[in-house]
Design a binder for this molecule. Structure first.
Ligand code: F6R
Length: 242
């Protein structure tokens, strides 16, 4: 993987926004793989600014979120559907119907994974997949033990991940127990992976992802299997690299 150590999140955001802008100029119906959480926010902000400053036509841009909680009521402000609308679709001016999020409705969960995989294939695959990483080493919500060949499916969130995400909810008990996430195999099908991490809490996960053995115990290490991965970190997240 190509490793880039940047000054701060803002610098990372500008770098990634630059790659996405070139992609969209080359391919106006580019397919973006969208992470949620705090890590990609600087990228989305920088991208929104470039799109507006340079009047880039993004009406044809398509998107696929990495994951979604299972069982949050429709319209819940912390569902990833709501987050993607608020942080990505609206500020970038994307066409809402072209941006998909896995369906976390329990009534439809049986076919939601297969449907999502079919939609990604029908779109011709993801051009650039933005990834964050959890303290546990998860990418998407593929927690340790997830098969490196896995596709979109329902998973149980681990206690540390629910605790980390409790900051978005009124009470830790409100964090759903389950999620639906692109699998590691799904992520590896994207044409370019961009893994971002900032802060010392991510240093161990980054060292394992970049320099550790490729293992299901550290899902982030799967990026080593991909021929085109860019890892962008700040000094703090790079601290445990050799
Ligand atoms: C989000 C996702 C997760 C996060 C990870 C880091 O769609 O799939 O893997 O990227 O939990 O979260 P933050 O960025 O909030 O530290």
């Amino acid at each position: 993987a190509e490793l880039v150590v940047v000054e701060d999140e803002r610098a990372a955001g500008e770098l990634v926004a630059g790659s996405i802008v070139s992609l969209i100029r080359r391919k106006p119906d580019a397919v973006l793989g969208l992470a949620t959480g705090s890590t990609p926010l600087a990228t989305y902000r920088a991208l929104a600014a470039r799109i507006s400053d340079e009047s880039i036509d993004v009406r044809g841009v398509r998107g696929f979120a990495l994951d979604e909680y299972v069982g949050l009521p429709a319209g819940h402000p912390e569902s990833y559907r709501s987050v993607i609308t608020r942080e990505v679709v609206e500020p970038l001016g994307l066409t809402p119907e072209l941006v998909r999020v896995p369906n976390g409705d329990p009534e439809q969960i049986q076919h939601a994974g297969v449907d999502y995989e079919a939609a990604i294939l029908a779109a011709g695959g993801i051009d650039i997949q933005i990834l964050g990483i959890g303290r546990t080493g998860h990418i998407g919500f593929n927690e340790p033990g997830s098969s490196l060949a896995s596709l979109t499916r329902v998973k149980t969130l681990t206690a540390p991940t629910r605790a980390d995400n409790a900051r978005f909810f009124d009470s830790p008990d409100d964090v759903p127990m389950h999620c639906i996430t692109q699998g590691i195999g799904t992520i590896l099908r994207a044409r370019h992976l961009v893994l971002l991490a900032f802060g010392e809490a991510k240093a161990d996960a980054i060292a394992a992802a970049v320099e550790g053995p490729v293992t299901a115990s550290q899902p982030g290490s799967a990026v080593q299997l991909h021929p085109h991965t860019t890892v962008i970190v700040d000094e703090a997240a790079a601290a445990r690299l050799e």
